[in-house]
Design a protein around this ligand. Structure first.
Ligand code: SAM
Length: 233
């Protein structure tokens, strides 16, 4: 395995790191909040007494978006995030690393088998993760648990995802807070070309009063996906 040589903080985003390897390559990483524990087979590297988890942009759309030049990343240490569609925890685990012990990630997932994996691999080792077995289309079902949040991160690949994201944001997002949303064109509507679906989803957010601040395509890390950042004004 190629040896890690150095690490530096990402120039724009706190608690996001860039690890330099001896072959000259560089990879994104976060500091492991659960030392020794891997979530999706990622490489762990020790530098300067800290353990970093290499963050794979082909597995995590947020890492892909950062490498594609994302300008706005409101995910910061100590904030509260409502994460819709945690699956088995690939991206949520890195978000949990960034939030650190004073932040909270409320993780919503409706598939029971996947949620069990999320609990076993992620929530069990991390004090800042609250797992919620629930359907993101019905936010009132978890309104008794989730507090007002700074960021809603959505990756549920549902038709009319923006509508459900806006329903959650109306209920839980603080004023000035942020929506980060991955749009999977094909699974949102197979009959529409990707860019049409992206536009429709962004229009829906705008019509609901959320201002789209940034939109990126995720190729080559993820085909036919866009990543959108919007704000509650
Ligand atoms: N965000 C994850 C990551 O980057 O590691 C991957 C998420 S995966 C693409 C989408 C997940 O959303 C699936 O696990 C699926 O079961 C879940 N999902 C889809 N619709 C949902 C809904 N209405 N409520 C809750 N979870 C949902």
């Amino acid at each position: 395995m190629i040896r890690a040589l150095r690490v530096r903080e990402h120039e724009a985003f706190p608690q996001v790191y860039v690890v330099e390897f001896e072959d000259g390559s560089e990879r994104l990483a976060t500091v492991n909040m659960a030392p020794g524990i891997k979530v999706y087979g990622e490489q762990l590297v020790n530098i300067g007494g800290k353990e970093y988890r290499i963050w794979n942009p082909y597995r995590s759309k947020l890492a892909g978006a950062i490498l594609k030049g994302l300008k706005t990343n409101p995910i910061k240490p100590g904030i509260k995030v409502l994460y819709l569609g945690v699956a088995s925890g690939t991206t949520p685990s890195h978000v949990s690393d960034i939030l650190g012990p004073s932040g909270i990630l409320y993780g919503v997932e409706f598939a029971p088998r996947v949620m069990r994996e999320f609990i076993e691999k992620v929530a069990a080792y991390r004090t800042n993760v609250v797992p919620l077995l629930a359907d993101a289309r019905f936010p009132s079902k978890y309104a008794h648990i989730v507090e007002a949040v700074d960021v809603i991160y959505a990756d549920i690949a549902q038709p009319f995802q923006s509508k459900y994201v806006a329903d959650n944001a109306d209920m839980f997002l603080k004023k000035g807070g942020w929506i980060m949303m991955a749009i999977k064109a094909m699974s949102i509507d197979v009959t529409k070309a990707p860019s049409e679906t992206y536009k429709r989803e962004m229009n829906e957010l705008e019509q609901r009063g959320y201002k789209v601040r940034e939109a990126l395509h995720l190729e080559p890390y993820d085909e036919a996906h866009a990543f959108v950042v919007a704000q509650k004004t």
